[in-house]
Design a protein around this ligand. Structure first.
Ligand SMILES: Cc1cc2nc3c(=O)[nH]c(=O)nc-3n(C[C@H](O)[C@H](O)[C@H](O)COP(=O)(O)OP(=O)(O)OC[C@H]3O[C@@H](n4cnc5c(N)ncnc54)[C@H](O)[C@@H]3O)c2cc1C
Length: 390
């Protein structure tokens, strides 16, 4: 049987794209090398708020672990910026979320094959015809979508992306722990050399008295300690009594996404397309948004399949490229700051952003305070403005 689409990767991007296409009567096959949908979870699971998610799919309480009501950024014991932001976001039960997406896809007729690694693309004189599986069999399809994550092979096989440079990887490790530590509904970030140089440590609230404690590093430097080392040091110092379970680790691309997200009848989406916020290293919302955009373009009746894929690529570029560059610039600025610089920015931010924020109008702050923040921040930002032009 020839499918309309074969999707490599049954995680947020692949499952959501597959569901949207199957809902419109496309014959879809989604393959994943994992044995179970959603597991293991290698994610802190924080994402957009209910309204943002409701634009994409019906919200189900089963996959909401916790509402987030603000953020706190801590440099040392005295410098803390804390902001109450109603509806800041939610923390998912990501395994349940992915299982929910899979169920919707199956209900609409998508086929799902687990424990099925893709090992290559197949092609004939006219172009790509499908994928090759580890057992030697093939799946034929008109469209091949790579939703295969950070180290996407589909992107490489089709010549859309290359291997990720170590500087373009955010490597992270995390524990899920039972503790009251920072378990107040806020997302807590710990920054600065005393906590973790060139990265951040997070403590996010979860359901049932649990927290996610993780450490992430911008760029992978083989001569320096790894994210897991900083995580263990943090946990030993702040949560010495807490029993640790298994440590999970993973990688997120923090590169700008390529100019073209497709080649011939092959496309990439989600982490495979590097559609990640390079400052936060969050990719769930972007993966969902990009899958929606791709589905809308593919389902439009205008043009050949290749033309519709190019239209997805261009639309993503127009909508998100500048935003990604701004976050890239902020990340580079953050990496260039010594602790004294971070402290001065946090102190200015703390007074500029005092009180609670209306999430629908987050930039309505007292102008003079905002100006003060700008004056402190601009000298650090200036060396990285060229990223916007690139
Ligand atoms: C420790 C950690 C914490 C994070 N925390 C957050 C957070 O709090 N909020 C947030 O928004 N983002 C977070 N992220 C990033 C987020 O997890 C990713 O952006 C998101 O998972 C991207 O989804 P995806 O579907 O594109 O790719 P992935 O979730 O990476 O899924 C790729 C899928 O493809 C499959 N696959 C790969 N190769 C093949 C192959 N050859 N054949 C078959 N299947 C294949 C994999 O098994 C996998 O299921 C975190 C990441 C890490 C590592």
């Amino acid at each position: 049987m020839k499918y309309d689409a074969v999707i490599v990767g049954a995680s947020v991007a692949g499952l959501y794209l597959g569901m949207r296409l199957a809902r419109n009567r496309w014959r879809v096959c989604i393959v994943d090398r994992r044995r179970e949908i959603g597991l293991p979870v290698r994610c802190a699971e924080a994402t957009g708020n209910r309204a943002e998610l409701a634009r994409l799919l019906p919200v189900d309480e089963a996959w909401i672990a916790r509402e987030v009501s603000g953020i706190s950024v801590q440099l040392n014991r005295t410098t803390v910026v804390r902001r109450d932001i109603p509806d800041a976001g939610i923390v998912l039960r990501r395994d349940t979320f992915e299982q929910y997406l899979a169920r919707l896809g199956l209900q609409h007729g998508a086929e799902l094959r687990l424990n099925t690694p893709a090992v290559g693309l197949t092609q004939d004189d006219n172009g790509y015809t499908g994928i090759r599986l580890e057992d030697g069999s093939r799946i034929e399809a008109s469209l091949i979508a790579g939703a295969d994550g950070c180290e996407s092979l589909v992107g490489r096989w089709a010549g859309i992306t290359g291997p990720l440079h170590p500087a373009e990887a955010f490597t992270a490790a995390q524990y899920t722990l039972k503790s009251d530590f920072c378990n107040d509904g806020l997302m807590h970030f710990f920054v600065g050399a005393g906590n973790i140089p060139r990265g951040y440590i997070w403590v996010f609230p979860k359901a049932d008295g649990l927290i996610s404690v993780g450490a992430g590093l911008y760029g992978c430097n083989h001569d320096l300690p790894k994210a897991g080392w900083y995580l263990d040091r943090f946990v030993s110092s702040h949560l010495p009594e807490v029993k640790r379970g298994p440590k999970s680790a993973g990688c997120v691309p923090i590169a700008l996404c390529p100019h073209a997200l497709c080649r011939k009848n092959v496309m990439v989406v989600g982490d495979a397309a590097r559609q990640v916020n390079p400052l936060t290293a969050g990719g769930i919302m972007n993966a969902l948004e990009a899958s929606l955009l791709a589905a809308e373009k593919l389902l439009s009746s205008r043009g050949s399949l290749e033309a519709r894929l190019r239209s997805y690529s261009k639309a993503w570029y127009r909508r998100f490229r500048l935003e990604q560059k701004v976050f890239m610039m902020l990340k580079e600025t953050y990496l260039g700051l010594p602790d004294a610089g971070i402290e001065s920015v946090l102190t200015a931010a703390s007074s500029a952003f005092s009180g609670s924020v209306d999430r629908s109008r987050p930039f309505i702050f007292p102008y003079l305070r905002l100006l003060g923040l700008g004056i402190r921040f601009l000298p650090h930002l200036r060396p990285h403005l060229r990223i916007l032009a690139g």
